[in-house]
Design a binder for this molecule. Structure first.
Ligand code: TIU
Length: 224
């Protein structure tokens, strides 16, 4: 059992029962010309966490931990995208429209894939999800159960949308979750911060938060 320094108190986990989750680090959210920008966002904030995420991913792979990547990506015929989601917010371009990196948030398009810096490798799980939460209408729960996973180290974008929704879904399904403070980001600074504060309040009501520095030193102490 490893004890990770965390808020509001240490997060105890066993590597063999813990997965690193990297949520939606797709070109469509992180790069200009994608879905994130079509919603009116300045996407440059999200790129700031990429080096930290690379450090965590490499250390997790070295320690031989399970990695799960998610992508918010729909079927080409949009049969898994409710009208409510398609039309919400009157975006300049909708899901499925052709953008600079292909059809927005559509499976198999260049823009909907994970950025080169965090490209999945063989043996890692990749989940395409139609919702904000990674458990809704996906095989994630069965996959985690099959691997004996009980604990999740959660990273990715955006903190208050897909990351928080997934963390709440995981919490309700009995997983112990720690959110990495400097490996998650939002288009809005105040939403990043308030999400960290709300999940760890009330004695970790949704889960813990911790820093990459503390995670990396915990991993170093267990990797020969
Ligand atoms: N818009 C926004 O902040 N996020 C999303 O639409 N998806 C994810 O968070 N991945």
């Amino acid at each position: 059992m490893t004890e990770l320094t965390a808020q509001p108190y240490p997060f105890a986990f066993e590597l063999s029962h813990t997965a690193l989750m990297i949520i939606d680090m797709q070109r469509d959210f992180v790069l200009p010309g994608g879905f994130g920008e079509s919603l009116g966002n300045d996407v440059s904030r999200l790129a700031s966490i990429v080096p930290t995420l690379q450090d965590i991913l490499h250390a997790w792979r070295r320690a031989k931990g399970l990695v799960v990547h998610t992508r918010e990506a729909h079927l080409p015929d949009l049969s898994d995208c409710p009208n409510a989601k398609l039309h919400r917010g009157q975006p300049s371009q909708k899901i499925g429209d052709v953008g600079a990196m292909g059809r927005l948030l559509i499976r198999g398009e260049w823009g909907s894939d994970i950025i080169d810096e965090l490209k999945p490798v063989e043996g890692e799980i990749v989940i395409d999800k139609p919702g904000k939460g990674a458990f809704y209408n996906t095989p994630l729960l069965e996959s985690l159960k099959r691997h004996g996973i009980t604990h999740l180290v959660i990273t990715g974008v955006t903190t208050e949308v897909c990351v928080q929704t997934t963390m709440r879904e995981a919490n309700d399904r009995g997983f112990e979750c720690v959110l990495m403070e400097d490996a998650t980001q939002s288009y809005f600074e105040k939403f990043w911060l308030s999400t960290l504060e709300m999940v760890r309040a009330q004695g970790a009501i949704v889960g813990w938060t911790a820093t990459s520095r503390d995670l990396l030193s915990a991993l170093q102490s267990m990797t020969p």
